[in-house]
Design a protein around this ligand. Structure first.
Ligand SMILES: O=C(O)C[C@H](O)C(=O)O
Ligand code: SF4
Length: 525
């Protein structure tokens, strides 16, 4: 078993940096369904480009490399204690080399362990089997989509859909509702795993295990097969679209499993996975510990389609290069280049739909920083500043810090603080993903601010726009939560909430709720 640790390391690197073949195929199909000239289409193109960049640079597809979760089948008599030790050591190495972000945080103090090890992390499930080889599967599911998991207890009354009973049609309603409530916040277009039955714990486990099925497999239970197909088709009529920008593609896959339940309980548990659906698996020789086979088609075998004229289609080139038809479809999107710091006047000119390309310094800030800034001073002048909701993957060498991955994080978590923090320090622009709520929208209007949506998960795409790390504060918060001062060039994001009271997110949510209500009537009798 000498090579076992190296095999685990290879599996981690492959999973984090190279999206598997079946997921790529689903994304290619999604891209073909989305109108390329729209905001959702541009987001899809950026995602495709990011997948390629991650593979080429062997760097994380998304900066949030999630909760490493291993499911391992071992031959009878295999030493699981030794394997556990090797897995932890491989996780440590992958973190040190920037293939995983340091993601293990003390729940009470917020202290980051720095190496992805700690109580409960990584997650390792062992099971014995009577084969002589090891089957090891890994999923790296990020926090943003994990936050969109949802569990229903039937019967229930669901927004837009009414009564969901204890039958297949009630289950249908729960799953559709699960997609609706995620909106773009889990980096749609997503994949969902559904667990019917079990208890509250095993229901979620069953849901997550569905994510290990290949996107294109067929459910052996005809009823569930029909349900899976219905859900993908119907969810794509909700109009949520990539990143919640509105569009044709909201869901790329649905897998449903069923287990027995107690007479009193009826749970439907839904695990939502973003487009950055990172899971792989290997067969390992029980004697040597070497990889003998990959269990899912590898990313390198399926190319992510790039369309002709690709230069003109990514986000940074969107406004300027869009032709008349494209501009109209994207809601008259304009491209505006802004040098930071920015003025109130510049910000008041921006409208929902504009593509802004930033140049200059921006500062990262997420949960720990926003809480801190509520009752402390900022370490740097934030007048006219741009805040980026981002927890990057960073590596340090003799020359200083380097950005390895730097996409946006879900902004809604900062809703209680954002407006106050902007007003207090004179911050003019906030970049994140998934949109923010009414409190922030009101503050943007009053203060003269703007919210921009970057493409979630596009961590390599944005890392390339960061030309220098000017400095860092609050390293004590841990790498993802620290305040990084970043020099950017060509950093593009779309205005989705402006200083005139308009919010694209509010509109998409309202429209999708109306569309959801059309699926109220029973389908599965
Ligand atoms: O933690 C992050 O960097 C992102 C997170 O996965 C999110 O989707 O909000
Ligand atoms: S940022 Fe988006 S793509 Fe990355 S883990 Fe979170 S939900 Fe997934």
């Amino acid at each position: 078993m000498q090579q076992f640790e190296e095999s685990v390391y290879q599996l981690i690197v492959e999973t984090s940096t190279n999206l598997p073949g079946d997921v790529r195929r689903a994304i290619n199909l999604g891209r073909s369904m989305e109108n390329r000239a729209t905001r959702a289409g541009l987001a899809m193109s950026t995602i495709a480009r990011n997948i390629k960049m991650a593979e080429e640079q062997v760097s994380p597809i998304c900066q949030d490399t999630g909760m490493p979760t291993f499911i391992i089948h071992t031959p009878v008599g295999a030493n699981q204690i030794e394997m556990k030790r090797a897995i932890k050591s491989a996780v440590q190495r992958a973190t040190k080399e920037g293939k995983l972000r340091s993601n293990s945080v003390d729940s009470l103090t917020g202290a980051n362990s720095g190496d992805n090890l700690g109580p409960g992390t990584p997650v390792i499930h062992f099971e014995q089997w009577e084969n002589d080889y090891i089957d090891m599967r890994l999923i790296l599911k990020g926090g943003g989509c994990e936050n969109k998991n949802i569990q229903y207890s039937l019967p229930a009354d669901l927004e837009g859909l009414g009564r969901a009973g204890r039958d297949l049609d009630g289950i249908r309603k729960c799953i559709l509702h699960a997609v609706y409530q995620a909106q773009g916040q889990g980096c749609s277009a997503g994949f969902i795993g559904v667990g019917i039955g079990g208890d509250r714990t095993t229901g979620y486990e069953l849901a997550k295990r569905q994510l290990f099925r290949t996107v294109d497999d067929v459910n052996p239970k005809p009823d569930l097969d029909r349900l899976e197909q219905y859900i993908v088709e119907t969810a794509n009529q909700l109009g949520i679209g990539t990143m919640g920008f509105g569009g044709e593609v909201t869901l790329l896959g649905c897998k449903v499993g069923v287990e027995n339940r107690l007479p009193a309980s009826f749970f439907v548990s839904v695990a939502y996975n973003c487009w950055a659906f990172r899971r792989q698996g290997v067969e390992i020789d029980g004697a040597t510990g070497a990889i003998s086979n990959w269990l899912y088609e590898r990313g390198s075998d399926v190319s992510v389609e790039e369309s002709a004229g690709q230069g003109a289609e990514d986000l940074a080139a969107a406004g300027g290069a869009a032709d008349a038809e494209a501009s109209a479809a994207a809601g008259e999107s304009r491209e505006i280049v802004l040098q930071t710091p920015v003025t109130e006047e510049q910000i008041r000119q921006l409208r929902v739909g504009d593509v802004v390309v930033f140049k200059g310094e921006m500062h990262t800030g997420r949960d720990a920083l926003h809480k801190y800034l509520m009752d402390h001073d900022a370490p740097v002048d934030l007048n006219g500043a741009v805040i980026y909701h981002c927890g990057p993957v960073m590596l340090k060498d003799e020359e200083g810090w380097h950005v390895k991955a730097a996409g946006p994080t879900t902004s809604i978590r900062e809703e209680p603080y954002q407006g106050d923090v902007m007003k207090k320090f004179g911050i003019r622009a906030v970049i994140g993903k998934g949109g923010m709520g009414p409190k922030t929208l009101a503050a943007l209007q009053e203060h003269g601010g703007v919210y921009l949506n970057a493409i979630g998960g596009a961590a390599q795409y944005y890392a390339e726009c960061i030309k220098n790390v000017n400095g860092v504060d609050f390293m004590e918060f841990g790498v993802p939560e620290a305040m990084w001062h970043l020099e950017v060039d060509g950093f593009a994001a779309i205005v989705t909430m402006d200083s005139h009271g308009d919010s694209l997110h509010e509109g998409v949510e309202k429209d999708s709720l109306a569309k959801l209500s059309a699926f109220k009537e029973p389908v599965f009798k």
